[in-house]
Ligand binder design. Structure first.
Ligand SMILES: Cc1cc2nc3c(=O)[nH]c(=O)nc-3n(C[C@H](O)[C@H](O)[C@H](O)COP(=O)(O)OP(=O)(O)OC[C@H]3O[C@@H](n4cnc5c(N)ncnc54)[C@H](O)[C@@H]3O)c2cc1C
Length: 435
């Protein structure tokens, strides 16, 4: 069957896919560039811990894909990829139904010339008994919002009980001491201070709320330099977070966790942030996948199918010069999107494709440990050297990463006016989302 060779379909409008769609859309327009996403709005995933804590209001932060499509010149199709016919170069998108079960969009098919898979990843429970049932993950805005609502309800109930003199403690357990777990712990401390300010006067978070961060390795942020781990841990511990390392969580129960040694950790709320896997449907596409369901790609992001590429968290890509694959980070997805742009440009124009291999440039990592604190290790300032940053400077640099993503999608003018608008709106809004 013939297919339109010059039509690029990108599935997944996240950190990588949306940037690619926006940049190609501006260049080639909606007849050539199609973005598919199961959600109807975009949020930069690294800010989901702020949505979960309530320090970022999703209703102010998210960007409608329909608006982005109009502004950036691509076609947006709302729907979840549910089938791929590689022979016919055709995708099937699921029907979209609203909260009342009414069909908004029917099942649709969509032809592609080149397909880019950029569907990201989700939390990996590693088969831990009870984890999928009792722990919450921060994989989507819906899940982050669910956590926020539960936290708010628990704190309001705790505050009410305090007025009757009932002694009680709220236990929050976070499984996984990577960047997500560390940033969530810090953000929760900020949020609770805000909630006390706005009326939960009976609460003393230091006394009434216990946050426990459980990490399987012998230090938190184990993928990052030791100095960074030690600084982040010291900051968390000083602020009352209980950090437990070398703890392997063996089971999650309704009211707590059990580790491999049989120790119990009480938990009214449990967040799972201990690893990722790609969506399992990727294993049904007839492409090579690894044990994390990621699509295996080569140094040019190509799969074994010459018309299908994959990028970001859903891809296992070789890391030039290293014995491991590229890490699941926004920085990788962003750079891969930039790498694929000239390749796709050539395919759309019918020209020969550039033959260069992708080389990841690691600029280091920044971790937010509160609204005025951050820690980070920046690479490449001097060749082979890393530069340690902390405090307000690190926090500002961390915030600028989010702005840079917006800039790649919206351009500098729109990003500037949006940032200014949000700054002004913030002055009239509570520091924490209260409803
Ligand atoms: C709380 C949190 C904090 C993080 N902090 C950092 C950080 O500080 N620094 C860092 O580098 N990384 C961080 N990350 C990781 C980072 O968010 C990811 O590496 C990055 O978002 C991956 O980009 P992506 O484009 O591959 O996928 P994503 O950004 O996850 O986007 C995937 C998109 O695909 C869509 N999709 C999924 N399945 C389908 C389907 N079947 N059909 C249609 N659409 C689909 C989703 O709706 C989504 O829009 C964090 C992650 C989390 C959860």
């Amino acid at each position: 069957m013939s297919h339109d060779k010059h039509k690029v379909v990108i599935v997944g409008g996240g950190a990588g896919g949306l940037e690619l769609a926006a940049k190609l859309g501006r260049e080639f327009g909606p007849e050539h560039i199609v973005l598919v996403d199961k959600a109807d709005s975009h949020i930069w995933k690294p800010s989901l811990h702020e949505v979960a804590a309530g320090t970022l209001d999703i209703h102010r932060e998210d960007l409608s894909y329909f608006m982005l499509a109009r502004d950036c010149g691509f076609t947006f199709m709302h729907g979840e990829l549910q089938g791929l016919d590689r022979e016919a170069h055709q995708l099937t998108l699921s029907a979209v139904v609203d909260a009342a079960g009414e069909e908004v969009f029917p099942v649709r098919t969509l032809a592609y010339g080149t397909l880019i898979m950029a569907v990201g990843s989700k939390s990996n429970f590693f088969g831990t008994p009870g984890a999928a049932q009792y722990a919450l993950a921060l994989d989507s805005t819906a899940e982050a919002e669910r956590f926020r609502q539960r936290l708010l309800n628990e704190l309001v109930t705790l505050n009410r009980k305090k007025t009757t003199g009932t002694p009680q403690i709220l236990n929050i357990a976070i499984v996984g001491g990577g960047a997500t777990g560390v940033e969530l712990a810090a953000e929760l401390l900020e949020a609770m201070a805000g909630l006390v300010y706005y009326g939960l006067n009976e609460l003393d978070p230091e006394r009434d709320v216990r946050i426990t961060l459980l990490e399987g390795a012998d230090r938190i942020l184990s993928a990052l330099p030791e100095k960074l781990s030690a600084t982040a841990q010291a900051l968390l511990v000083t602020r009352g977070v209980s950090v437990k390392t070398s703890v392997k969580v063996a089971a999650v129960e309704a009211d707590g966790l059990v580790d491999s040694e049989g120790n119990r950790y009480p938990a009214d709320l449990c967040v799972w942030a201990a690893g990722i896997e790609a969506p399992v449907f990727l294993t049904t596409l007839g492409l090579e996948t690894n044990r994390l369901h990621q699509i295996v790609v080569d140094e040019r992001m190509r799969t074994a199918d010459p018309d299908i590429f994959a990028l970001g968290d859903c891809a296992q890509a070789p890391w030039a010069g290293e014995s491991r694959s590229l890490p699941a980070r926004a920085q990788v997805a962003h750079q891969q999107a930039s790498f694929l742009r000239p390749v796709l440009r050539a395919r759309i124009k019918g020209e020969s494709e550039p033959q260069e291999h992708f080389r990841f440039r690691d600029y280091g990592s920044l971790v937010s440990v509160g609204h005025t604190r951050g820690v980070g290790s920046l690479m490449g300032v001097l060749k082979g050297k890393s530069w340690f940053v902390e405090g307000l400077l690190a926090r500002w640099m961390y915030m600028s990463l989010h702005l840079m993503h917006h800039m790649a999608v919206l351009g500098p003018l729109r990003t500037g006016s949006m940032a200014l608008g949000r700054l002004l709106l913030k002055r009239g809004a509570p520091r924490v989302k209260l409803h």
